[in-house]
Write a protein that binds this ligand. Structure first.
Ligand code: FES
Ligand code: FES
Length: 215
């Protein structure tokens, strides 16, 4: 037998053998007392029909709120998609850019890196909570006066980090401002203007330091 014909037989036998195996697998008898397909049904019966949810209570921009959240929602998802607070932006969605920064019990955090369910019993301030009675927070006004926002995508995060900084250090040096906002990336590279704005707001008075504007 030539090498060629041997190879052909070999392939045919392989295909025949594999086909027989597939047929056997498809027609395998159900377990004793079990209807065909019942094992598949049993395996899927235990699967949850929807993600786990948890009831939480929290304060958002001074207002108390209660709601049921899916346990896998991030805080920024909760804010943007379920509370309509779209001022917090999603840049990287993995804790690198700072566009999603909010205040959690007075501390700046990346809301993309927190679960929504974790804010149970806590207080959140977002960019929407800075202005009061239609008046901008002095920090916001300083950002405008010093041409902070260029494309503006990073601005709400920059503001929230600046807010947290002034709440804890009302009169920072330029170096302290840079250090305090180091976790906020500006793709327009307008860092110097942001620093000038924070220093100007700091010099203007203590109103930016209370955090009470959010109420
Ligand atoms: S979107 Fe949260 S840190 Fe970039
Ligand atoms: S102003 Fe454009 S990213 Fe900062």
């Amino acid at each position: 037998m030539s090498r060629k014909s041997s190879s052909k037989i070999s392939r045919r036998h392989f295909v025949e053998g594999t086909g027989a195996g597939l047929v056997a697998a498809a027609t395998v008898a159900p377990l004793k007392g079990q209807a065909p397909g019942a094992d598949v049904k049993n395996r899927t019966q235990g699967a949850p029909s929807s993600p786990p949810r948890t009831k939480i209570k929290f304060t958002i921009n001074g207002a108390e709120r209660g709601m049921e959240v899916e346990d896998h929602w991030t805080l920024v998802e909760l804010l943007r998609d379920h509370l309509g607070l779209t001022g917090s932006k999603i840049g990287c969605d993995r804790g690198e850019c700072g566009a999603c920064t909010v205040l959690l019990d007075g501390k700046s955090v990346y809301s993309c890196s927190q679960l929504g369910v974790w804010i149970d019993g806590k207080s959140i301030i977002t960019i929407e909570g800075l202005a009061k009675n239609g008046r901008l927070d002095p920090l916001q006004q300083a950002f405008i006066d010093h041409d902070g926002p260029q494309c503006g995508f990073c601005t709400s995060g920059q503001l929230m980090s600046a807010k947290a900084l002034l709440m804890h250090n009302p009169h920072p040096s330029a170096e302290e401002v840079r250090a305090g906002m180091t976790g906020n990336i500006c793709r327009c590279s307008n860092y110097n203007h942001y620093v000038e704005a924070v220093l100007a707001a700091s010099a203007a008075g203590p109103s930016t330091g209370s955090g009470g504007n959010a109420a």
